[in-house]
Structure formats: structure tokens, C-alpha cells
Design a protein around this ligand. Structure first.
Ligand SMILES: [Zn+2]
Length: 287
């Protein structure tokens, strides 16, 4: 395995041999909080936004021929799973000189740069300067997207097809800020293909059937459909497939102490089984 690390920003691990066109990315498991964050909420509140340990759950991906990459920066500082234009101008102390296209996520306070921490507490007691917002985009968000795109393009050029799994975890229940509302109980896994637009149905069906066969309850596109990272580089008609997988955190961590729970090792084994199965799925489709 070859590891490339950009401290504080991201890492990439690529297999030594027998590479297949399969890429896993974990955009929200970063825990390196930059010094210039200057949030008012305590770290324990900020950390609730993390998909803690998700890159570890998928850690064997390079052994099975796939690329694994992940962010070191926390998603509550800048969210790699949002478009660069999904920004709330009310967060800023001055005029933004780039195009803006705020989405429903920005309305909810969880756009490119989050304004609120669920269930609805302000993260800052100040406006962000235009310069610091720009720096977060240029130092963290753009390199993450550029790295993911480079791997997908490289493998697509070599194989004519590429499969991308965008890896996340979710709280066991909804909140006042989530689409499913407070106290909604979530499935063990939620798969998101933006209503069938980011990958061919056989990929979503394969992952759903694999996990169901292992005894898990699996929901599709409800309450999470996938956001920017499955949208941006997918084009199923041209054999570029992206699928989001959300894992229920109750299976692997204590969300109050942020420690791994007793289920961690077993779930890691299950995810390794899923990676192996996906590698087989991909190999069966190569000419
Ligand atoms: Zn996530």
C-alpha cells in the first residue's frame, strides 16, 4: 500500500498491485480541528458532526485493490460534501465575489460552512471574514475534491468504468434539523443514490442485498439521498457510478464519549466483507 498524507487536510491510500476501479472516500471522519476555527461551542458539541472512525471501518480497502481516501479536517469547519456555492452570505462580514447558490442544506444551517450545530445552536458568535471563508475553501475543500476527482478520472481512463463509494455514518435518531425530524429511528444502513441518478441500480441493489443478507435493516434514499460528492463526478450512462453509504453509529461507537463500542470490531469485519464483495462485483464487470 502507498500512503500519501497532506497533514491536516487529507490522506490517500492506494494498493501496491492488482488495482481495480473502486474508490472509497470518507469526507467527515476528520478530527484535526484547525487553530483558527474560533467556534463558541465546546469541542464535545462540535465533534457530534463527525463521522468518527469511518475511515478505519473501511481501512482494508487498499488490500482488496481499491483506493481509500479521507479528510483530516472536520466537516463542521468546512463540509467537503457540499458545493462550493452552497454558502450562506449572512455568515460573512463582507461581500462574496463568487457565485452563490445556497441549497436547502444552507437553509438548515448546514451548508458549505455550517452555521448551526444540531439541534440548532449557533457555532459562532461572530461573522467570518471573507478571507477566512476563502481560505477554508482553497486549503481544504478544493484539494479534497481535486484528489477524489483525480483518482476517479485516472481509473476511468484506464478501465473505462469506475465505482465510487462515499462513506458516512449517522446518528441513531433524527433531530429537529434533519429531514426525518426529531426522534425518528434510523435503519442500520442508509444507501443514497439521489433517487437512482448517481449510479446504476445494480450497484445499489447489490449493496442492499449484501447487507440485508448479513441481517441488517437497510433503507434507500430515506432520509439520506446523498449530496455533493456522489453528485459531482458520477455519470452512470458513461459508467461512472457513485453511491453513498450511511452507517448507524450505534453499531460502532458511543456518541457521548466518542469511544469505539463493543460492536466496533465486528462491524469492521462486516465492512471488510462488503469491500471484498464489492471488489468481486467490480472485477466481474471488467472486460
Ligand atoms: Zn457524513
Amino acid at each position: 500500500m502507498f500512503r500519501k498524507d497532506v497533514p491536516g487536510v487529507l490522506f490517500t491510500e492506494t494498493p501496491d498491485a492488482d488495482e481495480i476501479p473502486l474508490v472509497f472516500d470518507s469526507p467527515h471522519s476528520g478530527t484535526t480541528y484547525p487553530d483558527d476555527f474560533n467556534a463558541v461551542l465546546p469541542l464535545a458539541r462540535l465533534r457530534r458532526a463527525e463521522d468518527t472512525y469511518v475511515h478505519e471501518l473501511y481501512g482494508t480497502a487498499p488490500v482488496h485493490g481499491a483506493v481509500l481516501m479521507g479528510a483530516h479536517f472536520p466537516r463542521i469547519y468546512i463540509d467537503a460534501n457540499r458545493g462550493e456555492e452552497d454558502l450562506d452570505p449572512a455568515l460573512l462580514d463582507g461581500a462574496w465575489d463568487r457565485p452563490l447558490n445556497p441549497s436547502r442544506k444552507t437553509e438548515l444551517g448546514i451548508g458549505l460552512i455550517w452555521r448551526l450545530s444540531p439541534p440548532g445552536d449557533p457555532i459562532y458568535d461572530r461573522k467570518l471574514t471573507v478571507a477566512e471563508a476563502r481560505r477554508r475553501i482553497e486549503t481544504f475543500h478544493r484539494p479534497y475534491h481535486a484528489t477524489l476527482k483525480a483518482h476517479l478520472d485516472r481509473l476511468y481512463d484506464r478501465f473505462g468504468q469506475v465505482w465510487h463509494i462515499n462513506c458516512h455514518s449517522m446518528p441513531a435518531r433524527g433531530s429537529a434539523m434533519s429531514e426525518d425530524g426529531p426522534d425518528a429511528e434510523r435503519a442500520s444502513f442508509v444507501l443514497g443514490d439521489r433517487d437512482g441518478t448517481t449510479c446504476s441500480p445494480d450497484l445499489t441493489g447489490f449493496v442492499r442485498d449484501h447487507l440485508t443478507g448479513r441481517g441488517y435493516d437497510v433503507a434507500v434514499n430515506d432520509p439520506y439521498k446523498g449530496v455533493e460528492l456522489v453528485r459531482a463526478y458520477s455519470d452512470p450512462a458513461r459508467h461512472r457510478h457513485s453511491l453513498q453509504i450511511e452507517i448507524n453509529r450505534k453499531h460502532y461507537m458511543n456518541t457521548d464519549t466518542f469511544e469505539r463500542n463493543d460492536g466496533f470490531a465486528a462491524l469492521q469485519g462486516e465492512i471488510t466483507g462488503l469491500i471484498q464483495a464489492l471488489a468481486g462485483f467490480v472485477r466481474a464487470r471488467l472486460g
